[in-house]
Design a protein around this ligand. Sequence first.
Ligand SMILES: Cc1ncc(COP(=O)(O)O)c(C=O)c1O
Length: 303
Amino acid sequence: MQRAEEGIVGLIGRTPLVKLQRIASGAPVYVKLEYLNPTGSHKDRIALYMIREAERRGLLKPGGLVVEASSGNTAISVAWLASQLGYRALIVVDEGTSPAKVALIKALGAKVVFAPKVPWDHPDHAINLARRLAAERGGVFLNQFENEANVRAHYETTAAEIYGELGSGISAFVMGIGTGGTIAGVAKFLKERGVPARIVGVVPKGSPIATGQPTLGEPIEGLATSAVSGIYSRYSGLIDEVVEVGYEEARETMLKLAREEGVLGGLSTGANVAVALKVAERLGKGAVVTLAPDSIFRYTHLL
Ligand SMILES: Cc1ncc(COP(=O)(O)O)c(C=O)c1O
């Protein structure tokens, strides 16, 4: 009852964990259903932490402007939360972002600026453009790729929730790397508590994180296809292993998960679960935990 009283923002987090019943062999596999957050992804957690941190630092006053560069879940979370908390939002999206997403961001009251698809060191790359627009307009650039509040959100909430349910019985945590905020926050929490869990990162096949070169990975939305974030660079020492997954394998596993387990995760969930199943087979015991960052409803064009 108490949560209902807080309104919709109070419903961020405390998502359920479900044990797969059919498709796992070896160790049990648990999936945390982050698509049950209010806007449908784990990014609600970090939007809240990044905005609260900016308020704490005195950077954001009532009616102030928050700026973010994202073409996906974070854009929706920031636009939604800004409207709930009384801020204006400006979102820089890559040209070519799906019209449905752009429409939703606008419907939530945010302004949308399109950035050309150019290399990350170009002045008009989405991140550089967002930084410049924030400076020109007196806004706060949240910058999920660098912002420590992203890691803290997952350390204090996602990790604490998983640990609260499974304790030191966790044998592995498997998570796709986009900003790296989720895997960094959970890995830090588990390692500090002495949980002997193997931390396994998931990236698209050909990702620069796997190749160590400026390569382009296969398109799995939300995962690092072209850049290595500041957060990943700071926390990569906590990650025991990085596994590449191809687009087709991610898509097939997304469908298998929906049909056989009834878990309606999105494409990166497919990538996460594909790797979690292999890790479970290999380890044989302890709980293998992963996330369903968003839902299949964002990927109906791929079905
Ligand atoms: C669908 C999806 N999956 C996975 C991730 C990766 O999460 P993180 O940025 O915490 O590494 C993201 C991040 O954008 C995402 O949108």
